[in-house]
Design a protein around this ligand. Structure first.
Ligand code: F1P
Length: 360
């Protein structure tokens, strides 16, 4: 069934990412120049709701560990309820939202204004409430999905906020942008194309063979955010029980849940932690739980017959964006196999409007 919007939109991601790098990036440079000259921000609150919150967590990881920026990702509602007034640390709010209309994210922009904090809204709709009420509006250039489910606006939002951080980091001038970051950005659209081509059939086969009703996702670093989103995709489209943990946190309690019939999906890219990840996956498999690694590490994919094998040459820096494709495809094919319509999940709308009070 190739007729669902969700599948088409997953497959459109290489082009969407390419457009951001070619067309949105120059606008990001100009915006950051203006914001830097006016505010010199030194602390970044990155917010969103649902998928947009998880998308914001990916750049938060880059800001902190690769770009030398001080950043905190949190749900828009938490920012609205708890964000302090600036105390000399020159904070700025970057709020991510496909619609630009989600109540908590709109209210985050209003709260920032009330406490004297500048704000940037990153949306797919430059005419939205957030875009109109913020100090700086960034249209990612990725149009909203036809599906209720976020796919290309998730990876597009994560990339746009990452590019914002790269420009702020350059303006700050204290931390050279790692060369591997720029190299991987240059290859990202082509790499995403290679990933989608490589994993589409594999994800379909694994999803159609999956017998579990309960899924546990494991990821680390920026891939933890991707796994949170992968688990959410599965809940949204199939209503299946899914959880997510930081890879090495799993031994600290959740391990007790394991038994036959549970499916563990692990994002385990090659790199310096491959050996520890493999050891954990072997321990999990020994309990009788089913292990499905998504990996380009041969020692992992050769150990587990049920792997989704990622192209070996893709880099690690942008893995959290690239590994979204197999996670999205797995959720899509699992939903279709279970007779769900992934474009129109029950009880879900494209964005949420609710009452939220930011008065302090
Ligand atoms: C955020 C969001 C989506 C979710 C659902 C409700 O929307 O939580 O992530 O899939 O459709 O809204 P937005 O603020 O990014 O428009």
């Amino acid at each position: 069934m190739d007729s669902h919007h969700m599948l088409q939109e997953i497959r459109e991601q290489p082009q969407a990412l390419g457009r951001i790098l070619a067309d949105t990036r120059p606008r990001i440079r100009a915006m950051v120049r203006a914001a830097w000259n006016t505010y010199h921000p030194s602390m970044f609150f990155l917010t969103g709701c649902g998928s947009s919150y998880y998308a914001a967590m990916i750049p938060a990881h880059y800001y902190t560990y690769s770009l030398g920026l001080n950043a905190l990702a949190l749900p828009s509602s938490e920012f609205v309820w708890y964000a302090p007034a600036p105390d000399g640390s020159s904070p700025i709010l970057v709020s991510l939202s496909r619609s630009g209309r989600t109540s908590e994210s709109v209210e985050a922009i209003r709260k920032a204004r009330r406490v004297g904090m500048p704000s940037i809204a990153v949306t797919s709709d430059p005419a939205s409430t957030m875009s109109e009420e913020c100090d700086y509006s960034l249209d990612t250039g990725v149009t909203s999905e036809e599906s209720v489910i976020m796919t290309k606006t998730f990876t597009g939002g994560a990339l746009s906020v990452t590019l914002l951080g790269i420009e702020f980091s350059k303006a700050q001038g204290t931390n050279p942008i790692p060369q591997r970051f720029e190299d991987e950005l240059g290859n990202l659209p082509e790499d995403m194309h290679r990933v989608v081509s490589a994993v589409d059939e594999q994800a379909k086969a694994r999803a159609e063979a999956a017998k579990a009703k309960r899924f546990i996702y494991l990821g680390s670093g920026g891939n933890y955010a991707s796994c949170l989103e992968g688990a959410l995709k599965l809940r949204e489209t199939s209503y299946a029980a899914s959880e997510c943990y930081h890879t090495m946190e799993f031994r600290h309690g959740p391990f007790a849940e394991l038994e036959k019939g549970i499916q563990v999906i692990s994002v385990a890219p090659k790199g310096k932690h491959a050996r520890e990840q493999l050891a954990l996956l072997k321990e999990i498999a020994a309990t009788g739980a089913n292990v499905l690694p998504i990996s380009n590490e041969p020692t992992v994919t050769e150990t587990f017959e049920d792997s989704i094998i990622m192209p070996e040459s893709i880099g690690n820096e942008l893995a959290p964006i690239l590994y979204m494709a197999p996670l999205q495809l797995f959720a899509y094919y699992y939903a279709v196999k279970n007779g769900r319509n992934p474009d129109e999940p029950r009880n879900l709308t494209k964005f949420v409007t609710t009452e939220i009070n930011s008065q302090t």
